[in-house]
Design a protein around this ligand. Structure first.
Ligand code: GAL
Length: 334
């Protein structure tokens, strides 16, 4: 008898699973729960920050599972190759994913990808790399014009401003040698990313707006990578030596590389040079604590990944989406 009731319930639950969600590709699991298929493509698995972000996407989806709803999350590595990522998105479409979360390799390819996903009637949640509209941020047509496409990110101007403010708030305001100007080098992320553009611009703007004089000794692209941060910083230290007072890095990975170069050059952070990053990777927060980094800025991967997942779930439930969702940065100093 017991068995019979169970099978009847199971059949009912499966029916509900099939009818609910209509033409979506969600599949009823054996136990009668509804399983949603989620496709995620991350621009590059080698990126430290995006590794934290993607792990949290996976972990957070798990916490939202219930007896009735499961999430079958497939995460793939875009390998920093837009052609590869386009293939992955096409595969997600063929596989009938119910929602796609995408960290674009190239924001300049956003339209091509958005068009494919929208044509397949799959909701699309863009994360971390904001495609820029003609009127700057928050104006991308492909996002504004499509009710099922949205972007989740953090305003990179804020992170740049925080970096500049950390320097301005130092007792010597970054002017270690007292010559009346802050002499710095800038190590930039991928210049196609607005995060790199804004952090580069707004870190310095915070200083000049506060009335400080600045001098840029070197400004080089390190593409978010630790090894590039090290090489760029080592070369700059060899060329400009003690003239360098502040090393601004658009992210912590490059700051870790820069730190290795600073140490190798016999310089001491907090005494004869300052070092700034963004992301607040655990090892960098520790360095800020022990004084080997001047400051960093929390790029809240927990807040962003949870928002991305919550929005994906809204889309799965057929709820209306905003175009843009923002998560704040937080200054990290000792
Ligand atoms: C930034 C982050 C960098 C890198 C980049 C990738 O927001 O600070 O570390 O992950 O995104 O686009």
């Amino acid at each position: 008898m017991k068995k019979k009731v169970f099978s009847a319930l199971l059949a009912l639950a499966m029916l509900a699973g099939c009818s609910n969600g209509g033409d979506g590709g969600e599949t009823p699991a054996d136990d009668g729960a509804k399983t949603y298929n989620v496709g995620v493509s991350i621009y590059d698995y080698n990126d430290n920050f995006m590794t934290l972000y993607r792990n949290e996407i996976e972990a957070y989806f798990k916490t939202l599972e219930t007896d009735e709803v499961k999430y079958n999350v497939t995460i793939v590595d875009g390998k920093n190759d837009m052609a590869e990522q386009t293939n992955q998105v096409e595969n997600f479409i063929t596989q009938g994913m119910d929602v796609i979360i995408l960290n674009l390799v190239q924001t300049s390819s956003a339209d091509a990808v958005i068009d494919k996903v929208v044509a397949a009637e799959i909701p699309l949640v863009l994360i971390n790399r904001e495609p820029m509209g003609t009127d700057g941020d928050m104006s991308y047509k492909g996002i504004l014009d499509n009710a099922t496409v949205c972007y989740i990110g953090a305003d990179a101007r804020q992170s740049g401003t925080f970096q500049g403010e950390i320097v301005a708030e130092l007792p010597d305001h970054g002017d270690i040698n007292g010559d009346g100007k802050i002499s710095y080098i800038m190590i930039e992320g991928d210049p196609e990313n607005v995060d790199a553009q804004y952090r580069t611009e707004f870190s310095i703007k915070a200083l000049t707006d506060a009335g400080y004089e600045v001098e840029c000794l070197a400004d080089q692209v390190g593409n978010w990578k630790q090894e590039n941060g090290q090489t760029i910083c080592a070369n700059a230290l060899a060329q400009y030596g003690d003239d360098i007072e502040v090393v601004f890095c658009n992210n912590d990975a490059m700051a870790l590389g820069a730190y290795a170069a600073i140490e190798a050059a016999g310089r001491t952070v907090g005494e004869d040079i300052y070092l700034l990053g963004v992301d607040a990777l655990a090892e960098c927060v520790e360095m800020v604590e022990n004084g080997t980094m001047t400051g960093t800025v929390l790029n809240d991967h927990i807040g962003q990944s949870h928002t991305a997942v919550d929005v994906a779930v809204k889309a799965l439930n057929g709820e209306a989406l905003d175009n843009y969702y923002w998560v704040d940065y937080v200054k990290v100093t000792k």
